[in-house]
Design a protein around this ligand. Structure first.
Ligand SMILES: CC(C)(COP(=O)(O)OP(=O)(O)OC[C@H]1O[C@@H](n2cnc3c(N)ncnc32)[C@H](O)[C@@H]1OP(=O)(O)O)[C@@H](O)C(=O)NCCC(=O)NCCS
Length: 262
């Protein structure tokens, strides 16, 4: 499993770069990107579309042969003919970070059971920490509420909340269900690194926690992947993470344009 994180600073991402990159995408991606009102939203999706394309490029597949499709529930997957071994991937983006988790997962083709979610650690808008937690409180379990309210500081409470939230998102994205899965069924204890579904630790899953910093901002993310077998493991963000690489968006898109145009 590998996670690629792209850090995106809108002030450095020129209009010329955006327009050149857009020309390389398929009509469906390009139409979706152009529909965004805000350029930043368009750029995040644009960068997210190039991430799996660069995986296929590394396999020697020409741009013209790169095909993508989505499941009925909207989960994207690679539909190019003859990609062996197959590539499982999932993309997530928030503010200044775009991430893709990818692996050779073979469970549940064609979209496979891998999901990622990344979020900027912050209290949105005019909320206080308490009102923010309250606003999503019905999607947290009783244990999760206790873990947040018993945190040693607001900072620790916020960090715990974002581990819980990104774990819920990553798990449901791995299943490909998106919003169609009750978040309260997923309970994550980030203090002990234990994840339960309907009160029981599921078998055969890996959950990798990671952090990315962009300027002064911290992002937390979780990858959820069904790998089979009996064991389930939560990989902490504190160890060495040779499975995580971070690259600047301008550099990444320049490389993508160069690689995919030739
Ligand atoms: C996509 C979704 C699963 C997660 O959204 P999110 O946490 O806000 O956003 P993230 O950045 O983590 O993920 C977005 C990416 O997940 C991927 N994705 C889309 N649908 C997915 C699904 N069903 N399962 C897994 N991944 C999905 C896409 O790559 C998408 O990127 P793109 O929008 O730039 O193409 C969620 O929005 C959803 O369920 N959508 C389907 C229903 C819908 O579209 N509702 C909109 C009106 S409420």
């Amino acid at each position: 499993m590998h996670v690629q994180a792209i850090t995106y600073d809108p002030t450095l991402f020129t209009d010329e770069l955006y327009q050149r990159a857009l020309l390389l995408l398929d009509p469906e991606s390009s139409a979706r990107i152009k529909r965004f009102y805000r350029r930043e939203d368009a750029c995040r999706t644009l960068i997210g579309r190039f991430l799996p394309r660069m995986l296929l490029h590394a396999r020697g597949i020409p741009l013209a042969d790169m095909k993508f499709a989505t499941t009925e529930a909207g989960k994207p997957f690679i539909a190019s003919y003859g990609v062996e071994p197959s590539i499982a991937y999932n993309v997530s983006h928030d503010n200044g970070v775009i991430t893709m988790a990818s692996s050779a997962n073979t469970h549940n083709p064609p979209a496979f059971t891998v999901g990622v979610d990344v979020m900027k650690v912050r209290i949105p808008g005019r909320e206080t920490f308490a009102s923010f937690v309250e606003s999503v409180g019905d999607q947290l379990t009783a244990l999760e509420h206790r873990l947040i309210s018993s945190a040693a500081s607001q900072e620790q409470g916020l960090e715990r909340f974002f581990w819980m939230w990104t774990a819920k998102e990553a798990y449901t994205k791995a299943l490909g269900l998106g919003l169609g899965f009750d978040f309260r069924r997923v309970e994550f204890d980030p203090a002990l690194d234990v994840l339960r579904i309907d009160g029981t630790v599921p078998r055969g899953w890996r959950f990798n926690k990671f952090k990315v910093t962009q300027d002064a901002d911290v992002y937390q993310g979780v990858v959820a992947e069904f790998v089979g077998g009996d064991d389930t493991l939560v990989v902490s963000e504190s160890g060495t993470q040779e499975w995580l690489t971070v690259l600047d968006a301008t550099v990444f898109i320049q490389q993508a344009i160069q690689g995919l145009s030739s």
